[in-house]
Design a protein around this ligand. Structure first.
Ligand SMILES: Cc1cc2nc3c(=O)[nH]c(=O)nc-3n(C[C@H](O)[C@H](O)[C@H](O)COP(=O)(O)OP(=O)(O)OC[C@H]3O[C@@H](n4cnc5c(N)ncnc54)[C@H](O)[C@@H]3O)c2cc1C
Length: 471
């Protein structure tokens, strides 16, 4: 790769020692920047020969610790590998390199009259490789689905160093086992994506955006169920609670009524006649469920402004305390109000400040625990809250992660969530595909790493780094 693509200065190693998860950083031995699948394959082959772990990395916006390095590991960077190689308007596909930023793909295809629907809140910075590895969702999940629904083909370097391609432009393809589906959402543990073929769809003719405010969370939750029961599928159906509304208003000054308990951001899209009819119907449903105020965007500018309320939720909450733990639980959507009140109870009991927002239409909530990792007692209370909320989600027939993945952060509850036979099958699959346990070992579940690291550096060096005031 050339020595310019091997980054092993202390500064580089610090820069690649963490992701967006509130977890302790860990310095890698080095970060490497390959530019072809063949180079990736050679690095993986070397890792098998010399026994060192490889941690693939996109932009490091992951919220479950997937890109946090392991001791004596090499971080394999992909974010410089960022070309859109082809837009095929006849087959409705795009071929991209893994480091393309999601929003760049959005802009490119929108100019041509298409959309690529998955739009994680981090779209302006995360990579498509990271999106496929996490099977990321986003604001348009209810109507359009998640990343998985748009991946048509993959070129992957396997943990043994072989290069595999799976899927293609053919819409129908049932030849053999569907390997693509196993690789999507594999969190960098089963392969490194080097090219991705994605589906795009024609851009809807128009859309209408509104914000509806409620003085009770139950009313907001009932509105969500009533909209779905009315056979309307909005493109966005998002929720913010009172703490989040207050923080957003303080940050973005949008004129939001800060005394309201809940806000729903609703967007319907499609043909103009249908959009007008659906928007009117949604408005009527909101009023019927005691919405205290409804703001409907009259122009595209206003629509963008209304969406700022939701898009700035995390940033606004993150200003309140030094550490923000963004959670990601999901339950059947009819249980959303029950989940919110359970989270409030748990937060009150543990004395932890929580701001809730999320994808109400998907039953996917992001409680944000606002804490300070420098205060051990306070941080321990926040971690206890995370654990109890995850358990509550499981009890309610939901999941410990709707879209952020298991990584390091959620693996302690995975077995309880999926059951022993599933865990056994996942471990068997990993061992079969990655016999040396080279690729992102210890993520998703524990499997004793066989690799010790080629150049085990002295523990003191890592210790020295840990002593740096790190906030
Ligand atoms: C403010 C904020 C908002 C967010 N909103 C959302 C949201 O709405 N929906 C959502 O789903 N997520 C959201 N996320 C989480 C995160 O952005 C996504 O998980 C995203 O897909 C991660 O992409 P990345 O490029 O940053 O990947 P990284 O964090 O670098 O890596 C994530 C995982 O993917 C693996 N990986 C990365 N690239 C590759 C590759 N080429 N091949 C194989 N494995 C690879 C890594 O090993 C790691 O396990 C949000 C995060 C933040 C900080």
């Amino acid at each position: 790769m050339g020595s310019q693509n091997v980054l092993d200065s202390t500064e580089s190693r610090i820069a690649y020692s963490y992701d967006a998860t509130a977890m302790s950083p860990q310095m890698p031995l080095a970060a490497v920047r390959p530019s072809t699948p063949e180079e990736v394959a050679k690095i993986v082959q070397l890792a098998n020969e010399q026994n060192f772990p490889i941690v693939p990395r996109g932009s490091g916006t992951g919220l479950s610790g997937g890109a946090i390095p392991l001791e004596n590991s090499i971080v394999l960077l992909t974010n410089h590998w960022n070309r859109i190689l082809e837009v095929d308007e006849e087959n409705l596909t795009v071929m991209v390199e893994p480091g393309v930023i999601t929003a760049k793909l959005h802009e490119t295809v929108e100019k041509l009259g298409f959309i690529y629907p998955p739009d994680p809140g981090s779209a302006s910075i995360c990579t498509l490789g990271g999106n496929v590895a996490e099977n990321s969702g986003g604001l348009r999940g209810l109507k359009y689905g998640v990343t998985r629904n748009y991946v048509m083909g993959l070129e992957v370097v396997l943990p043994t160093g072989e290069i595999l391609t799976t899927g293609g432009k053919s819409v129908k393809d049932v030849a053999g086992y569907n390997l693509k589906e196993i690789l999507i959402g594999s969190e960098g543990t089963l392969g490194i994506f080097t090219r991705i073929l994605l589906k795009i769809i024609p851009r809807p003719e128009t859309h209408k955006t509104m914000l509806a405010f409620f003085s009770s969370i139950e009313d907001a939750a009932k509105t969500v169920s009533a909209i779905i029961a009315a056979k309307i599928t909005p493109a966005m159906l998002e929720f913010l609670d009172n703490t989040t509304i207050r923080c957003v208003e303080e940050y973005a000054h949008l004129g939001l009524p800060v005394e309201t308990e809940a806000l729903l951001l609703i967007e319907v899209d499609g043909r103009k006649a249908v959009v007008d009819e659906d928007a009117a119907h949604v408005e009527e449903i909101c009023r019927r469920h005691n919405a205290s105020q409804i703001k409907v965007a009259a122009t595209e500018e206003e629509s963008v402004r209304l969406k700022v309320a939701r898009r700035s939720a995390f940033t606004s909450l993150a200003r309140v305390k030094p550490t923000t733990i963004m959670e990601d639980v999901a339950v059947p959507r009819a249980d959303l109000a029950r989940l919110v009140s359970r989270i409030r109870e748990i937060g009150k009991k543990n004395d932890v400040m929580i701001g809730n927002f999320g994808h109400a239409g998907d039953g996917n909530l992001h409680p944000n625990y606002l804490t300070d990792e420098r205060n051990a007692a306070e941080f321990a209370r926040a971690e206890k809250t995370v654990f109890e909320v995850e358990e509550a989600a499981i009890e309610m027939g939901g999941t410990i992660t709707g879209e952020h993945g298991v990584g390091l952060y959620k693996k302690r509850l995975l077995e309880k969530m999926v059951g022993s036979p599933s865990m056994k099958m996942m471990r068997t699959l990993k061992t079969m595909m990655d016999p040396q346990n080279i690729l992102n070992p210890g993520k998703v579940f524990d499997l004793k790493p066989k690799c010790e690291g080629i150049l085990p550096r002295k523990r003191e060096e890592i210790k020295k780094f840990e002593d740096v005031a790190w906030i």
